[in-house]
Design a protein around this ligand. Structure first.
Ligand code: MTE
Ligand code: LUZ
Ligand code: MOS
Length: 760
């Protein structure tokens, strides 16, 4: 009995992904055909040349779909395959790379070759790529959504300083190491089994059921692990799984579909780019009295998760600050780009960038340093968020003060100023960014999860939950929860692959709630089994159950070891014909939200933190290097500190990549310009600051989550924004009195333009 942590298996190269699954002789490989332009209408698909290539070749189009050609949940705008019937509205496609046919063949190279021979006849239509243009044309996916508090008009009228401006933030490619994919088998009775690279097995199950016209109980979906998800497989894994399932259904053979990197980059969604307008008002002391923003979310061609993402943007509009008068509106602008989707942070980082830009602009106008405005306006205990939720267990100030101390910020600032005075061609810059991130799915219903725990009669334990392992080590955390609850060593626990057969009706492993929700469900199941075990122990030892506990694999009586070991007890329970299995369920309590009034408490709690980043800028070239990052993070009582540290480091890297480096550029015709990993630049070890100090606040148990922990996955991504403001700070040292630049990512090219006064 020895459970090896996922991370160690990764390290040894022993983890198996979809493309590693054994291939049977009858396996067919699938390759999707994507539309060549951003917008058009299909007039016909000619598969003759592809079919002539080899007898194993099959070409599947929308006409072959036995159920409904629709995967859209919030809005029915997501056909599985663009229709080849010119009379149908589904013949119009909305982005370059939208799938219109699936080619199957006996080998991958054959399938790829055949896919290249499928001929598409179409009519080209004019694309829209700019969200503001889309809004002007009335191309909104759903109506605008507004949240408000206080009286912004009156507050602006009374403000000493009022500043307005415009902010751009670019998209971001997930670059999960494992591309999207699925492996499907036809089962007897018309059923189908699919191993899917998904964060949301139940969602994939539902999508396949719809497309194949099956009841959900005939669709089995399993996710063993993902080679990274980062939100990219929250909604969008369903398409590939449904295509593989369709292929299996039609061919009667197993079908494997694993996207090539290039197909994955062009065909799948990314983080939403935003274009936003803000107005901020300050009083003479630098207190923020009013804030307004309009967010033009570039939603891409399909609704996907855009409404939920916009919702999280609005909830995080005020960042970590108390703003008494506020009005923010979001627009979901439909454009002819790939459907933008969930990406770590889920709309919150975009909102943080806007409020921080507004503060930066206010600092330039008022002369009050941005850092002072940030510090003075931080949320405090007893404040309330603009949607009415009280601010509780607030650590915004604690994190900030500790950061100033740990980073020796006053001294650092003084050193940077002295350096900048002495150097003309190299400048230092630094910035601090606070984070306050709400944890829970903003859609109430999604905050539920289940678990199924088996104690085998040799004393080993299998735990299944709805959580999907994607590198974040949720399986490690759940194993720790089960071990702690049962009172045994973690080596006795094995966390199973995620399957709709073991835990049904689950929600995606997302919103950083994987261990919060599924850990609680596993805990509930373990508690139930433990109560039964203690009952058996009480009979065996002849003592009241209240005196008994299980610790370190032994039954304890009033704190002293009894004669019963874990194995003895489990075996006795088995002999006594008492159930050693249990199902657990958890629904996050106390969440309320009134969508009409835009008031309530949509989050179980908030995660707080602050990051300081310092940089050096090469003034002649516009290039910069990151010198140091210091982070103070409020993580509750960590279930596994090594995991949490890894999550903070990884999220920081991804946040820095988004803020500074990753340029998700499309041409005006909607073509992705960097569509390979040699042209799309992600942060590497050399890009990261050589000094990274991450400190977790101690002694702050969180009563709202499992084992007093806090969710960790997404909030630290926002720390990456400190890199943006640090580089801008260095630019200011080189170009004093500049207007500021709010156009993320702040690439070296943009820095050079700014220094040459070509921007904004
Ligand atoms: N860490 C790794 N290694 N791989 C991932 O795909 N996804 C992130 C984060 N950390 C991710 C990751 C995202 S977007 C989320 S929402 C959370 O993990 C989901 O997992 P959790 O809720 O179990 O923390
Ligand atoms: N997914 C979702 C999410 O559906 N709702 C959310 O609130 C959310 N938040 C973060 C990441 N994914
Ligand atoms: Mo994470 S964006 O919630 O998958």
């Amino acid at each position: 009995m020895n459970s090896i942590p996922e991370a160690l298996l990764n390290l040894r190269g022993e983890t198996k992904y979809i493309d590693d699954l054994p291939e049977t002789k009858d396996l067919l490989h699938a390759v999707p055909c994507g539309t060549p332009l951003a917008r058009g209408r299909i007039t016909s698909i000619d598969a003759a040349a592809a079919l002539a290539l080899h007898p194993s070749v099959r070409v599947i189009t929308a006409r072959d779909i036995p159920g409904t050609n629709q995967l859209g949940q919030a809005v029915p705008d997501e056909p599985l395959l663009v229709a080849d019937d010119p009379a149908s509205p589904a013949a119009e496609w909305g982005f370059r790379g939208q799938v219109y046919a699936l080619v199957l063949a006996g080998s991958k190279s054959l399938a790829r070759k055949a896919a290249g021979l499928v001929k598409l006849a179409y009519e080209e239509l004019e694309p829209v790529t700019d969200p503001r243009v889309a809004k002007e044309k009335g191309l909104l996916i759903l109506g605008p959504r507004t949240q408000a508090m206080g009286d912004p008009a009156a507050a602006f009228a009374a403000a000493k300083w009022v500043v307005q401006g415009r902010v751009e933030s670019g998209g971001q490619e997930h670059v999960y190491l494992e591309t999207q994919g699925a492996y499907a088998w036809p089962l007897e009775g018309g059923a189908v089994k699919v191993v899917s690279g998904t964060q949301h097995p139940s969602g994939v199950q539902e999508g396949i059921a719809t497309v194949l016209g099956l009841s959900m109980h005939k669709v089995e979906v399993e996710a063993q692990r993902l080679g990274g998800g980062f939100g990219g497989k929250e909604d969008q894994a369903a398409l590939w799984a449904a295509l593989a399932a369709l292929g299996a259904r039609i061919s009667g053979k197993p079908v494997k579909l694993v996207l090539s990197r290039k197909d994955d980059l062009t065909m799948t969604g990314k983080r939403h780019p935003y274009s936003s307008d803000f107005r901020i008002g300050l009083d003479a002391k630098g207190m923020i009295t009013a804030f307004e923003a309009d967010y033009y979310q570039n939603s891409g061609a399909i609704c996907d998760l855009s409404p939920a993402i916009l919702s999280r943007t609005l909830f995080h509009a005020a960042g970590s600050y108390r703003i008494p008068n506020l009005r923010v509106t979001g627009y979901m602008c439909r454009t002819n780009l790939p459907p933008f989707t969930a990406f770590r942070g889920f709309g919150a980082p975009q909102a943080f960038f806007v409020i921080e830009a507004a503060i930066d602009a206010a600092a330039r106008k008022s002369g009050i340093p941005a850092e002072e405005i940030r510090r003075a306006n931080l949320l405090k205990e007893g404040d309330s968020f603009h949607f009415g939720m009280p601010v509780e267990a607030c650590q915004a100030g604690t994190c900030w003060e500790r950061l100033i101390e740990k980073a020796a910020w006053k001294e650092t600032r003084a050193e940077m100023a002295a350096f900048n005075k002495a150097h003309r061609l190299e400048k230092k810059g630094g910035a601090i960014v606070p984070v306050c991130f709400g944890v829970s799915f903003t859609k109430l219903m999604m905050n539920q999860g289940g678990a199924l725990v088996h104690v085998y009669h040799d004393g080993s334990v299998g735990v299944s939950t709805g959580a999907v392992e994607m590198g974040q080590q949720v399986s490690r955390k759940i194993a720790r929860v089960a071990a702690a609850t049962l009172g045994i060593d973690i080596d006795r626990i094995k966390v199973e692959r995620t399957s709709t057969l073991t835990v049904a009706n689950t929600f995606p492993t997302a919103a950083s709630t994987g261990s919060d929700i599924n850990g609680m469900a596993a805990q509930a199941a373990c508690q139930e089994i433990k109560a039964r075990l203690i009952g058996v122990a009480a009979t065996a030892l002849g003592v009241p159950a209240q005196e008994l506990s299980i610790e370190a694999g032994r039954v304890m009586r009033s704190g002293s070891p009894s004669t019963l070991s874990w194995e003895d007890l489990v075996h006795r329970t088995y002999e006594s014909r008492v159930d050693l299995s249990a199902h657990g369920f958890y629904a996050t309590p106390n969440l309320v939200y009134d969508m009409k009034a835009e008031r309530g408490s949509p989050f179980a709690y908030h995660v707080y933190g602050a990051a300081a980043v310092t940089v050096s800028l090469d003034v002649l070239r516009g290039r910069y290097t990151l010198d140091r990052a210091v982070i103070i993070h409020d993580g509750g009582e960590s279930i596994d500190l090594a995991v949490d540290r890894g999550q903070v480091e990884g999220a920081l890297a991804q946040g820095l990549g988004w803020a500074l480096l990753e340029d998700l550029a499309f041409d005006p015709k909607g073509r992705l310009l960097a569509d390979t990993l040699s042209t799309y630049k992600v942060p590497d070890l050399h890009f990261m600051p050589p000094r990274m100090d991450i400190e977790f606040l101690q002694g702050l148990p969180n009563p709202k989550a499992v084992l007093h922990s806090k969710a960790i996955g997404e909030p630290p991504l926002v720390y990456g924004l400190a890199g943006y403001w640090a580089v801008l700070d260095a630019l200011d040292a080189a170009r004093p009195g500049g207007p500021g630049l709010y156009d993320l990512p702040l690439t070296p090219e943009k820095c050079l333009d700014y220094l040459e006064e070509k921007r904004p």
